[in-house]
Every structure is written in C-alpha cells, then in structure tokens.
Write a protein that binds this ligand. Structure first.
Ligand code: URA
Length: 225
C-alpha cells in the first residue's frame, strides 16, 4: 500500500517536472511556521507536532518529544533536544541528564517535575546527539514559542548554549550570560548550564546551584537577588 502511494506520488512529481516545474531549495526563513498560525490548545499543538515532517530529524527519530508538565506552570525549563532515552520514550529529560535535572528541581527548588513544564528547542533527536543545525532549530522553534504562549510561564530556565541561543536570539557564550535575569517579552529568562555539561564538569555544579537559587528567589519573592 505504501509502495503504491509512493509510486503515485513519484508519478505526479514526474508529471510536474514535464510541465516545467523545478525543484527549489526553500530556506527555513521563507516557510517558517508563524506561532499565530498554530493551534490554541496544547493538546491540538501536540497532535500536530507528533506528525511533523518539516526537517531532516523527522527521518531518523523514533518518537517526537513534545514536552511535559503542568500546563499553566510558572516555571519552564528548555533544553536542546532529545537524546536516546527521550527518543525511545517520547518524554523529555529522562536519561542521565534528566535524572540530574530532576534532582536539581526537587532538591534545590523544592518542587516536583509535575509542577514545572519541560521542553526542548528541537522535538526530535539529532542523530548521535549532535547539536541541532540552525535550520532544524529555526524550523522547530515556532512550536516552542507557541508552547510558551499557551503555558505563559513567569520564568524560563534555558539549559545550555543551544537553548539560550535560539530562545534569546543571542550568540553570547553561556559562561557570560548564565545566572543573569534577562527580561523577555512576557517572562524572565535565566540561562544556566546544561545538565549534560554538569555531568562532564562537576565543578560547574556550584554555579548551576546559584542560578537555581536565583530562580527560587524570583519564584518566591518576584525579586532578583
Ligand atoms: N538533553 C536535552 O537537551 N533534552 C532532553 O530532553 C534530554 C537531554
């Protein structure tokens, strides 16, 4: 059935070619989905994202990792993209880095995972855990922007350089921006190190601890420390 479907599609493409159509390499900026054009409910958005085939990552993924947590969370975490465990379960941050993130949420913020929302810049696993390309990140970003628009968190903690770069639209190194409170339209952003980086560089854990204390202060008093 699938072969027949593919053969029919191929036939249609051949027909278009005979009629003079040319293949065009469309740049993501020219067809980026506008967040306003996306569904206004998280459930509808999730359904749409689960069947997304807009970039190369959709070819190798096993499961789309949409994100999970409280739908009106005050606090949201944004990572880079799913790893192997996330790709096989469809859930964000459930591998080794996820276990560390969970401990940070529970032990420093004294919250449970179900009280926050966790998502990523790209919803499908980059093969071999490579960094998503700018095309992949920019193609997927409207989904995250819509999630933020619907959840309306007060604070977003970006985890690592990629999450910060694409959410803040800023190339500054993470070492320079981490721990700062950045006023974005509608929410406060606090960049910190990615848990995978912390697993490789345990000496940076004290900095991440301070960043989360800053987040706790913001949550509890609304003031920057
Ligand atoms: N790393 C990420 O950035 N996101 C995940 O969901 C898991 C690991």
């Amino acid at each position: 059935m699938r072969n027949l479907h593919n053969a029919l599609q191929l036939k249609q493409l051949m027909l278009l070619k005979q009629m003079g159509y040319h293949y065009t390499d469309i740049k993501p900026s020219e067809w980026e989905v506008e967040p306003e054009a996306l569904p206004d409910s998280l459930e509808e958005l999730r359904k749409l994202v689960l069947s997304c085939h807009l970039c190369e990552l959709s070819k190798s993924r096993h499961k789309v990792v949409f994100g999970e947590g409280k739908e009106d969370a005050e606090l949201m975490f944004v990572g880079e993209g799913p790893g192997a465990t996330e790709d096989s379960t469809g859930r964000p941050f459930v591998g080794r880095a996820g276990e560390l993130l969970t401990r940070m949420i529970e032990n420093v913020l004294h919250l449970s995972r179900s009280e926050v929302y966790i998502a990523n810049i790209v919803k499908c696993r980059p093969p071999g855990n490579r960094t998503p390309t700018p095309t992949e990140a920019l193609t997927c970003r409207p989904y995250l922007q819509k999630q933020i628009e619907l959840i309306r968190p007060r604070i977003i903690v970006t985890l690592g350089a990629t999450a910060y770069r694409y959410l803040a639209n800023d190339e500054s190194p993470i070492s320079r921006v981490r721990g700062h409170v950045i006023h974005q339209e509608g929410y406060l952003m606090v960049p910190t190190f990615h848990p995978s980086y912390l697993l490789r560089n345990p000496s940076a854990k004290k900095d991440a601890f301070h960043d989360l204390i800053q987040v706790k202060e913001l949550l509890e008093t609304g003031k920057e420390s």
